[in-house]
Design a protein around this ligand. Structure first.
Ligand code: AOF
Ligand code: ZN
Length: 358
């Protein structure tokens, strides 16, 4: 299963709206017969890839799969049936398929007399596929807020200078984080002030994420860097805004507004409907605050630099303020890593029922 997970994550950032899946076929002595992983929507499922590579040697084999084999006819056939006709004797999987459309493969295999072992290395497999799994369970994209800031929570000096607060290792890592998401999102302030590009730097593997920019009043300039041809861009405007003229390959999305703000819930369901399973918030402070206030942050990745800017610096979060401690957003600290002179913290929404304090 560890090997199957390793195979699965080689396609990180390229499979949406489909999951990461890996599969290893073992002979009765435990030797590897064939391997496969899912390369992305429209490509064969991991099981199918491994079965094709195995040919006749799949007979009597054990299939080790990171996700319950599917039972539906979609873009490709039901894997449960393919495993049956190939004569596989045992199926070991990690995570049950959470989609009503594809679930039921384990039952079908058991009913046909195949030995099925469920939930092997489930925790590791949940983590490897966490963006997709959380997304299909909640029906909206998984939301990660990424920021680089000072020890005292500032992202820029009062004059706007911010290059560079964190060092090259942290910035490199942030780039890889971008490549692992389906979409990156910035608010109108960041769009106007920073003219961000949001593409993948040369040499970073992966498919470039969809660039999503909020532009409530429709003021985006046709020469904005985000409108080049490095990746498609979705420009989100409010109902009253004039639809901006965009160069080819980019699209305008019109959303309802509440109290002069674009409806983020609508935005997320629109993105989900387009197959986006993960969104990375890349700025700015007001956008992040809105997601935080609405309880829409699944994960925070913070790059913290050994720098103090003091109270005149611009806060990483702006517009959200807890009146009292019990209203604070409390996160679970999962990872702490040193990257050069900076520290990367990975924090997640606490598990339901978990205590906020230790
Ligand atoms: C995959 N790859 O290796 C496995 C999947 O759109 P379809 O027809 O390709 O079906 C996608 C669903 O099939 C997916 O959401 C998941 O529930 C199931 N299993 N999918 O893309 C795979 N094993
Ligand atoms: Zn399948």
């Amino acid at each position: 299963m560890r090997r199957a997970l390793e195979l699965a994550v080689t396609a990180l950032g390229r499979t949406s709206p489909n999951p990461l899946v890996g599969c290893v076929l073992l002979d009765p002595e435990g030797a590897t017969v064939a391997e496969g992983f899912h390369r992305g929507a429209g490509h064969p499922h991991a099981e199918a890839e491994a079965l094709t590579a195995a040919g006749d040697r799949a007979r009597g084999a054990t299939a080790v799969v990171t996700l319950e084999p599917c039972a539906h006819q979609g873009r490709t056939g039901p894997c449960a049936d393919a495993l049956l006709s190939a004569g596989v004797a045992r199926v070991v999987y990690a995570v049950p398929d959470p989609t009503p459309r594809a679930a039921g493969g384990a039952r079908r295999l058991r009913d046909a007399g195949v030995e099925v072992v469920a939930e092997v290395l489930r925790e590791e497999a949940e983590r490897a596929n966490e963006l997709w799994l959380t997304s299909v369970r909640t029906g909206r994209p998984y939301v990660t807020w990424k920021f680089g800031g000072t020890l005292d929570g500032r992202s820029a000096a009062p004059d706007g200078s911010s290059r560079w607060i964190t060092g090259p290792a942290a910035r490199e890592d942030a780039h890889r984080l971008r490549a692992s998401h389906d979409a990156v999102l910035v608010g109108s302030g960041t769009l106007r002030e920073d003219d961000p590009h949001l593409g993948l730097r040369h040499g970073v593997p992966g498919r470039p994420p969809l660039r999503v920019v909020l532009d409530r009043t429709g003021g985006i300039r046709p020469d904005a860097r985000v409108l080049d041809d490095a990746a498609p861009t979705l420009v989100v405007v409010g109902r009253v805004a004039p639809a901006p003229e965009l160069p080819g390959g980019h699209e305008v999305l019109t959303l309802p507004e509440t109290d002069g703000r674009l409806d983020l819930g609508e935005l997320l369901s629109e993105l989900y409907g387009r197959g986006t399973r993960s969104v990375l918030l890349e700025g700015g402070a007001r956008l992040a605050a809105e997601f935080a206030a609405r309880g829409l942050l699944d994960r925070v990745v913070a790059y913290v630099a050994p720098v103090l800017l003091g109270s005149t610096g611009r806060a990483v979060l702006d517009g959200f303020g807890a009146g009292t401690l019990s209203e604070a957003v409390r996160l679970r600290l999962d990872e702490v890593d040193r990257l050069g002179d900076d520290v990367r913290l990975v924090l997640r929404r606490p598990l339901p029922g978990a205590q906020g304090t230790r």
